[in-house]
Ligand binder design. Sequence first.
Ligand SMILES: *[C@@H]1O[C@H](CO)[C@@H](O)[C@H](O)[C@H]1NC(C)=O
Ligand SMILES: *[C@@H]1O[C@H](CO)[C@@H](O)[C@H](O)[C@H]1NC(C)=O
Length: 325
Amino acid sequence: MIAMWKGKPRFTILDLAALLSVFFVLGADSSDPASPCFTPTSKYAYATILTGYNGTDSEKYFTAVRILAYQFIHDPHTQAQNGARFIVLVTDSVPQENIHILKQYGAEILIVEQIMREWIHPQWARWNDIMAKLNLWTLVDYEKIVFVDADTVLLGRLDDIFLDPATALQQTSPSISEPQEDDGLPPLPEKYMIAGIHDRWIEQNKKPEPGEKGFYVVNNYINAGFLVLSPSQEMFKYYLALLDIPNKIDLTYPEQNLLNYVHRIDGRMPWKDVGVHWNSITALGQSFPPDVRSLHHKWWSTVANQTVNDYIAGAVERMRKHPLP
Ligand SMILES: *[C@@H]1O[C@H](CO)[C@@H](O)[C@H](O)[C@H]1NC(C)=O
Ligand SMILES: *[C@@H]1O[C@H](CO)[C@@H](O)[C@H](O)[C@H]1NC(C)=O
């Protein structure tokens, strides 16, 4: 049973120092000629999350994470060139055998606690553990992390995104006239960084209440399935403090709405748009540029562009043939 926290948030992830030594041991397999140069000091990392969701399609999501591990760590077409590691956040309900397989690909496993509150009721069961994504902000040994949802496939390298001006550290805007309701929250960090892409479906289909300046206003909404972020304990504490105010925010889309509330474009810490050439969403037939580097896309479904389908099928095939230790 998941602990429901009352009062002060109690969060722990495994001791970071111990983790880093684990990272070292689980690092890129040096016997694999396709492995990138091992640079434990890289300030950058890639990450995804695997939750204990066990619906009928959960095996497909697990395979999706395997594909990402293969693509980021081994696939000559897409592997990280900058020494950045690939981290998989896993919640404690993920089976050991799945964790073992991901380690065999060279992924770094970070077991994180679930972040639950009694008042949060995600729209789908698959999102029950998804708030654990916020643990990314505790990984302060990294300057920047690119997070992708498990149902993402790479079509090209992402390394240059760390140099994109949209992913530079930003100064938090001074408080103008913060609404009274924000009183009692911890201070915002002086600097922050969060970048990603617009969720055009939400922007077009979810309408704000009249007069509301919430996260569903036009041209405001970031999709939490592809994020570049700068870890920060202060930011993390701020997010958790918001979760301790029941029903303050509509969390139908759990972590995504939280981020959209804190990083709304007319707020003090607006998010930056990296553009759809880094990542595009294919659900509901959404179109994407021909040179897109990654797709928020379920590998077991197809898009209209057959070249893309063939590429994804090829990556899955290479992943399955890749020898594991
Ligand atoms: C998922 O887990 C729950 C509780 O652990 C269990 O009741 C349910 O039958 C499981 N569902 C599947 C599809 O395995
Ligand atoms: C299909 O995808 C390929 C590879 O990404 C791209 O080169 C091509 O331009 C795309 N075709 C269309 C019609 O978008």
